[in-house]
Design a binder for this molecule. Structure first.
Ligand SMILES: [Zn+2]
Length: 636
C-alpha cells in the first residue's frame, strides 16, 4: 500500500497498491494521510471507519486468495477534475491482448436495506444512491473521457460489493441484489468479485497501464466527437458563414499553441447571428482533436439540458461507448458558469467557452458557491483556461445582477496580460435567414424605424399572419406537416403560480378569446432536472416534445432553439399609444428582473425563433389591428 508520490497523483487518487502488497500498510492510515495532504484537514471519522472496513472485509480476503497478486489497485480515485466524487476501489489488469481492463468496485458496508426504489436504497429513513448505479456512473466517466479508454482501448467493468448485506427473500436486501436485472452485478463474497474481475482481466501483461491511469489524462471518445460534429458534416449539414468560420478557426488554432500562450477571444453578435453554432462547432472539434480539457459553459439551464440530452441520447443509442447510459461525462462538458468559480489551478483547461457571457453574474449573492472567492468570474475563467472564448450579445438587456460585457472582459484580460482577439457577427440566420422578416418584426415592436414611405416586400415562403381568434390560430398550426417543429410561445404577461409549476392541469395562461370561448393552457410546465438522465430534464423535453397543444412555452424554455413554426401570444403587457406605436408595461407578477425594454426584446426574440412561419394573436384589439394593418401594407 502506497501514498501518491507527487501532487498531481494526489489530486487523482489517495492510495494505490499492487495486489501482493495490499496489506503492507493499513489502507485507513495511508488514505487518511493523503486526505489531510489534499484537503488540509483530517478526514471525518466515518471515512476512516469505512476504509478500515474495506481493508478488513475486502483487502484481507483478496490478499489471502492471492489470485490478484499482480493486479494494481487504486483507492479513492477522482475521475473528474473539480468534481468531488471519488471511486472507492479500482482494480486494474490487462486482457490477453494487453489492453487495459478496469473493474470499478463501489463498496458499501450496509447490513440492512429496508427498501429499494427508483435507483435509491433506503437504510431506514436514510436515502443512498444504489451502489450499482453509482459504479456504472463512474465507469461511464472513465470510458468516455479517460485516455486509458479513449486512446488505449481500455474497457471498464463496474460492480458493487456489499459484504454485510444478507439477502432474504422479499426484503429490501433481496431487491438490492437483483437490481438492476441486467448489467453490473452485486457481490457479497470476495471470491465472486475476483472471478468477475479475472474473467475479463487475466493480467498477463501486469500493470503496464497503471502509470497512464494515474496521470488522469482527459480525452473524449472519438465516436462522441463524431456525433457532436454531425450537424456540420455532409451536404445537408450546417455550414458556417465566413465570419463564423473566422471566429471558430481563431479559437481552435489558439488551442493548438503552447500552454503558456494564453488568449482571450470575444465574439460579439446579436440574437440570431449564430454564436451558439460557432460554440457547438468548436465543442465538436475539441472533442475530436484530443487537445486537452475543455468545457462549454452557459447559464441557460434549458439550453444546457438540451445539449446534454442530445449527447446523452447518442450515448444511450451506442452502448459500446459506456457500460451504462448513466453518464456524468456530459454533465462535466456542459456546465453553468459557477462550476469553474472555485478553481485553483491556472490553465487547468485548454479551452473554456462561455456562451451568453453577458449573463455572467456578480458574486455577492447568497449561496455557498459565491462565498469561496472574491475574484470576478471573468478573471477566474481567463486564469483557468489557456484559451477563453466569450460569446456575447451586447444588446441583450441585462438583468440587474449581471455584468458580463466586452469592456469588462477586455479590462480583465489586460490586468492579466493576456492577448485579446475580437470578432463581430453581422449576418442574420433568424427567420430562415430572411433579413426582411427580421426587419419587419423589429419594425412592429419598435426596435427599428418603419420605412418611409412604407414599401412592400416579398417574404415568400415565410408566412406572418395575425389571427382574430386564438382557436383558429391553433387549428391552423395543427394542419401543418406533422414532421415540423411547432410551438406556441407567450411573453412575460402571465403569472407563473408557485406550487403549480409542475402541474399540467393548472392553466397559467387563461383568457377569453375574441370569439367568446375561453383559451387556457399550462405555461412552461416544470419537468425538473434529472441528474442522471438529462433526457428527462426540462430543457430537453421542451426542445424535443412534439405535442405543442399541451402547454405553452416562454423565452426561457426556448433558449437557443429554433422551431419551424411559432404561434405567438401578445399579452396585456402590450398596448398601443396615441401615436400608434406599441407600448410595453410591467404587469403584476412579472419577473422582478425585467423592465419594459426586456419585454420588447423578448417579444422580438420569441418572434424570430421561427424558421418558416409566425402566427400572432394579440389580446389587445388595437394592437391586433395595428399589426394586421402594418403587415398588409408591408408584405406582398
Ligand atoms: Zn377563439
Amino acid at each position: 500500500m502506497q501514498a501518491p508520490s507527487n501532487t498531481s497523483e494526489l489530486e487523482a487518487y489517495l492510495g494505490w497498491s499492487i495486489g501482493a502488497d495490499l496489506l503492507s500498510k493499513n489502507l485507513e492510515d495511508v488514505l487518511s494521510q493523503s486526505y489531510s495532504d489534499l484537503e488540509g484537514a483530517s478526514p471525518k471519522k466515518e471515512f476512516i471507519t469505512s476504509w478500515e472496513r474495506t481493508r478488513k472485509k475486502l483487502l484481507e480476503p483478496v490478499a489471502a486468495d492471492g489470485r490478484l497478486d499482480d493486479h494494481a489497485f487504486l483507492f479513492e480515485f477522482f475521475p473528474i477534475t473539480g468534481r468531488k466524487f471519488a471511486m472507492d476501489v479500482m482494480i486494474l489488469g490487462t486482457s490477453s491482448l494487453g489492453y487495459p481492463r478496469i473493474t470499478i468496485v463501489e463498496v458499501k458496508m450496509w447490513d440492512r436495506v429496508t427498501k429499494v426504489k427508483g435507483g435509491y436504497c433506503y437504510l431506514g429513513t436514510k436515502e443512498e444512491r444504489h451502489p450499482l448505479d453509482q459504479a456504472k456512473f463512474y465507469a461511464s466517466n472513465i470510458t468516455l473521457m479517460h485516455s486509458i479508454c479513449t486512446q488505449q482501448g481500455g474497457v471498464v467493468n463496474s460492480c458493487s460489493f456489499v459484504p454485510l448485506t444478507t439477502p432474504k427473500t422479499g426484503t429490501g436486501n433481496q431487491k438490492l441484489l437483483n437490481y438492476p436485472e441486467k448489467g453490473s452485478p452485486n457481490f457479497l463474497t470476495v471470491t465472486d468479485l475476483i472471478d468477475y474481475h479475472l474473467s475479463h482481466a487475466p493480467n498477463e501483461y501486469q500493470n503496464d497501464h497503471l502509470k497512464l491511469l494515474k496521470s488522469r489524462k482527459l480525452h473524449t471518445s472519438p465516436s462522441l466527437a463524431a456525433f457532436a460534429l454531425l450537424p456540420f458534416s455532409g451536404a445537408s449539414g450546417i455550414g458556417l458563414s465566413t465570419e463564423q468560420e473566422k471566429a471558430a478557426n481563431a479559437i481552435l488554432s489558439s488551442c493548438k499553441t503552447k500552454r503558456d500562450n494564453k488568449r482571450v477571444i470575444i465574439v460579439n453578435g446579436g440574437p440570431g447571428t449564430g454564436k451558439s453554432v460557432i460554440a457547438l462547432k468548436v465543442f465538436g472539434e475539441m472533442m475530436k482533436a484530443h487537445i486537452g480539457a475543455f468545457r462549454y459553459l452557459t447559464n441557460s439551464a434549458n439550453f444546457r439540458d438540451d445539449l446534454k440530452g442530445m449527447l446523452f441520447t447518442y450515448m444511450y443509442s451506442h452502448p459500446t461507448l459506456g457500460s451504462s447510459p448513466d453518464d456524468s461525462r456530459v454533465d462535466y462538458l456542459v456546465e453553468k458558469f459557477s462550476a469553474i468559480w472555485q478553481g485553483t489551478k491556472k490553465n487547468e483547461y485548454k479551452l473554456l467557452i462561455a456562451d451568453e457571457a453577458q449573463s455572467l453574474e456578480l458574486r455577492h449573492k447568497d449561496g455557498n458557491m459565491y462565498k469561496q472567492t472574491l475574484t470576478p468570474p471573468v478573471i477566474d475563467i481567463i486564469q483557468q483556461a489557456q484559451v477563453s472564448a466569450f460569446f456575447l450579445d451586447p444588446n441583450q438587456a441585462k438583468k440587474k445582477n449581471m455584468f458580463g460585457s466586452t469592456e469588462h472582459i477586455i479590462t480583465a484580460a489586460k490586468l492579466l496580460g493576456v492577448e485579446v482577439l475580437e470578432f463581430e457577427l453581422h449576418e442574420q440566420f433568424r427567420c430562415g435567414g430572411r433579413d426582411d422578416v427580421v426587419k419587419i418584426v423589429e419594425e412592429i415592436y419598435g426596435h427599428r424605424a418603419k420605412p418611409s414611405p412604407i414599401n412592400k416586400v416579398e417574404i415568400n415562403p415565410f408566412k406572418i399572419n395575425v389571427f382574430d381568434c386564438i382557436h383558429d390560430l391553433e387549428l391552423a398550426l395543427t394542419k401543418l406537416p406533422k414532421a415540423d417543429s411547432t410551438r406556441i410561445i407567450a411573453g412575460f404577461a402571465w403569472p407563473w403560480k408557485k406550487g403549480e409549476q409542475k402541474n399540467p392541469d393548472y392553466f397559467d395562461v387563461s383568457f377569453t378569446c375574441r370569439c367568446g370561448k375561453i383559451f387556457e393552457r399550462s405555461w412552461n410546465i416544470d419537468y425538473g432536472t434529472d441528474s442522471v438522465d438529462p433526457r428527462k430534464s426540462n430543457g430537453f423535453i421542451h426542445a424535443t416534445k412534439t405535442d405543442f397543444q399541451s402547454d405553452i412555452l416562454s423565452i426561457h424554455t426556448t433558449q437557443g432553439i429554433e422551431f419551424d413554426n411559432v404561434g405567438l401570444i401578445l399579452g396585456k403587457d402590450v398596448s398601443l399609444d396615441s401615436a400608434g406605436n406599441l407600448r410595453y408595461s410591467l404587469l403584476k407578477g412579472t419577473d422582478n428582473n425585467v423592465d419594459e425594454k426586456t419585454i420588447a426584446n423578448n417579444y422580438r426574440t420569441i418572434s424570430t425563433r421561427s424558421r418558416a412561419l409566425l402566427f400572432i394573436y394579440a389580446l389587445d384589439n388595437a394592437v391586433s389591428n395595428q399589426i394586421n394593418n402594418y403587415l398588409n401594407q408591408r408584405v406582398v
